[in-house]
Design a protein around this ligand. Structure first.
Ligand code: SF4
Ligand code: SF4
Length: 388
């Protein structure tokens, strides 16, 4: 979206949240728990609605739990609260219908979990409590990698002289980030392969000791082909760091043994992980410049339909599309000042929120004209992890 009223683009949505005094989370299960964690920074009263008799009598996460019957009997729709239906996707439409029949308005005082967490949550947190929430953020620690994937989305194998980031510069970036951002839901340490970074322990220690409370999930995104050292395991355990593993063993057979060893180590030390096995890759088109050559008037629509969720941090700058930023560097495309948010500048939190949600000066990034889009609007599937 193009900035037309910078700093006030979200006012019409945000004003609905200014009168709120309490939030009901309908469903005290997995989604409800995740939502509760994200809402904690708002310091707002939360009540759960759940049919579990046990939860009603004991409470849940230090909150009161009422039954669905009591909720619909005693809770008229009011500007003082709203409800998020945090049930499984198969139940949401049935329950939302019930809400509408009881006079609630979808998107005003009743939200589905998906809509709320994917769109409204950062707006609520900013307008209610002036807290800036970012859902996903990548920080690259190194350009070195132990694989050479031909279609690497960040073009790692094409970097002529890969480098490790300076530890002091990374720490400075992270300090700058948290001067403006209050909470990052998932903070990814990426590479290349981050386990090849010689200061990994130190950077985990730095982030863990200073900012863990401002991070929901601190995650190392790895291909799982490096042996974990004992000292690193201790740090990972201490700060409850998680792994996201791209498992390429289906496509690169010779990695199977190392992958299994890696998983066994995580299991042995009870380190949480998300192992991604059924991967699908799309071709952004940057590498051979095979991306669309789009007319400028269509660019804003294309950018909006892309909806990529990969914000990134580098050299004091906050990027909307981190894969594009990484490829831009490798391909030596010009970087434009109006396409990143300078964390050293005097831009306000509200503007950074808008930027993070997809507003910018032109309504798109110039590099989008060379790109086929993200996995949401791009059907150019390519082989996963094919090696050079
Ligand atoms: S996709 Fe990942 S594992 Fe493959 S080259 Fe790129 S950074 Fe390395
Ligand atoms: S269209 Fe391509 S370059 Fe533009 S935001 Fe989406 S993924 Fe990034």
């Amino acid at each position: 979206m193009k900035w037309r009223n910078k700093g006030h683009e979200l006012d019409s949505i945000g004003k609905n949240f200014s009168t709120v005094e309490e939030i009901y989370i309908y469903g005290a299960g997995e989604n409800g728990t995740l939502l509760y964690e994200d809402l904690k920074i708002a310091n707002i009263k939360i009540t759960f609605v759940d049919s579990s008799i046990q939860k009603q009598s004991l409470g849940y996460l230090d909150c009161k739990v009422i039954s669905p019957e009591e909720f619909f009997e005693k809770t008229p729709n009011s500007k003082k609260y709203f409800t998020v239906i945090a049930l499984g996707s198969n139940q949401i439409s049935v329950v939302m219908k019930k809400f509408v029949l009881h006079g609630f308005r979808e998107g005003i005082d009743a939200y589905s979990y998906k809509n709320f967490t994917e769109f409204y949550l950062p707006i609520f947190l900013m307008y209610y409590s002036q807290k800036l929430y970012v859902k996903y953020l990548d920080v690259s620690l190194t350009q070195h990698c132990n694989l050479k994937c031909k279609a690497c989305s960040i073009m790692t194998p094409y970097i002529k002289q890969p480098e490790h980031k300076e530890l002091a510069a990374l720490c400075q970036d992270i300090d700058l980030l948290f001067q403006k951002v209050d909470y990052v839901h998932s903070f990814f340490l990426i590479g290349g392969e981050p386990l090849l970074y010689p200061h990994l322990e130190e950077i985990c220690e730095y982030i863990g000791s200073k900012y863990k409370r401002a991070i929901g999930h601190l995650v190392i995104a790895s291909n799982g082909l490096v042996t974990l050292k004992e000292r690193l395991i201790k740090t990972i355990k201490h700060y409850n760091i998680e792994f996201q593993i791209s498992d390429y063993s289906k496509w690169i057979k010779q990695t199977e043994g190392k992958m299994n060893d890696f998983i066994n180590t995580l299991t042995k030390f009870e380190i949480p992980y998300n192992r991604m096995v059924d991967l699908e890759w799309v071709d952004y088109g940057f590498r051979n410049d095979t991306g669309r050559k789009e007319k400028v008037e269509n660019m804003e629509n294309f950018f909006d339909s892309c909806g990529i969720d990969c914000r990134g941090l580098e050299n004091g700058k906050f990027y909307y599309c981190f894969p594009a930023r990484m490829c831009q560097k490798v391909l030596e495309y010009k970087e434009y000042e109006d396409e990143y948010f300078d964390l050293r500048g005097d831009g306000r939190k509200m503007e950074l929120l808008e930027f993070s949600l997809g507003y910018n000066e032109k309504g798109y990034l110039r590099i989008c004209s060379r790109c086929n889009g993200s996995y949401l609007n791009n059907k150019n599937f390519i082989p996963v992890a094919e090696q050079l």
